[in-house]
Design a protein around this ligand. Sequence first.
Ligand code: GAP
Length: 471
Amino acid sequence: MTDPQPDPNAVAPTVKDLETIVSLSKRRGFVFPSSEIYGGINAVWDYGPLGVELKNNVKRAWWRAMVQERDEIVGLDSGILMHPQIWVTSGHVAEFNDPMIECATCKRRYRVDEFAGTEDLGPKDLLDPETVARLGLVCPNDGGPLGAPRRFNLMLKTFLGPVEEEAAVVYLRPETAQGIYVNYRNVRDTARKKVPFGIAQIGKAFRNEISPGNFVFRMREFEQMEMQYFVRPETAADTFEGWLPRRKAWYEAYGVAPERLRFREHRPDELAHYAKKAVDVEYRFPFGWKELEGIHNRGDWDLGRHSKESGENLEYFDQATGEHFIPWIVETSAGADRAAFTFLIDAYREEEVRGEKRVVLGFHPDLAPYKVAVLPLLKKRPEIVELCHRIKDDLKRHTMAVYDDTAAIGKLYRRQDEIGTPWCVTVDVDSLDDGNVTVRDRDAMMQERISADQVTRYITDRLDAARPHGL
Ligand code: GAP
């Protein structure tokens, strides 16, 4: 299923330099470094007023496609902390490792697979001490010698209860999936679901990444949007193939350019410990083609092991055929932060309008933090300001709307373009006489006069028309 990509640079990213996105995010209030007044904490990021809207909209769009519009998938919200045995049974305690390497002089640590030349190496080679010498690897920070690679477990631990001892150790979940597996029987029985059916969950996950970076691409605290689909074993392969185009289509429907998306199948030696087959949806980030979402055929690995270790019967009884079996699982696993980041990057464009640079975030209207801004042409006229607030307050009953009068109209338009607001409504002196206002479209920059009474209907109709269905 890997798409042919002979030249990795054949497809250009929307922005050459990630810094463009990082500075816009900070300047406009999408993303801030966590704990900034204390010097920050590596690989944790906070979402500002616009970022939290964007990310909530991404999660809502995913939930709509995966739960709301499907009959056979239901939702779940399980705890971040779970019985520690779950992570032993799932294989994460033993297997959830990255090959790590340390500089002998500055003591910095790196993931071996992030060095140039290691792209095609399997886990055995990545842990082979010969690899360092063979590839001539040295510390990127100070050129110092690198030690032998070793395994580094990515799970974060804490203590539950008042005693800090080994017996009280619990893990912060590194994936939301396990919360679904251990609730599989509860959900199946209470929602009266028959195979094939799915369980979806959005929630935080934590990984002690060795070399996080590229802004919110790789974080230590992040959110996943995962769906586990329970099927008859013999249908798992076809179900897996069926989810691939559906998941890619979801990103496209919300505005990501198809040429900056591709599939990449994992080689047998890079498969995660639970996976029989895995295909990533990759996006052309400014720093290369990288994983956006993973689709996995997990076989009976999870339910089989949980059944054995817990002693509970997790078999499914098929009344039609009289068979008992452990369902196989097809998983779609996306990152909410990575998806929001992708929509943000892909929406970015610079244009020249009447000799001036215009920066636009061309978000799909469903993802845009604000759907509409209401702007007065003359803020000194109280009747104009009052009408603006009336329109904005009515809009707010349905959607995110904002009033702004802190600059001249041209500047207010540019500001809304830069945060991706699809429509601006302007109230002027004529509005007071004829009751009409101007609606300006972000992309076409066309202006239309409509009745002030019709603004809410106009915006909600357009939002409805733009919303993708049946993904
Ligand atoms: N349950 C399967 C699983 O967790 P994964 O490929 O390790 O699979 C799935 O992770 C998705 O979670 C990734 O495609 C990515 O979008 C997101 N993700 C994983 N690690 C992340 C990190 N450190 N920071 C941000 N997102 C991450």
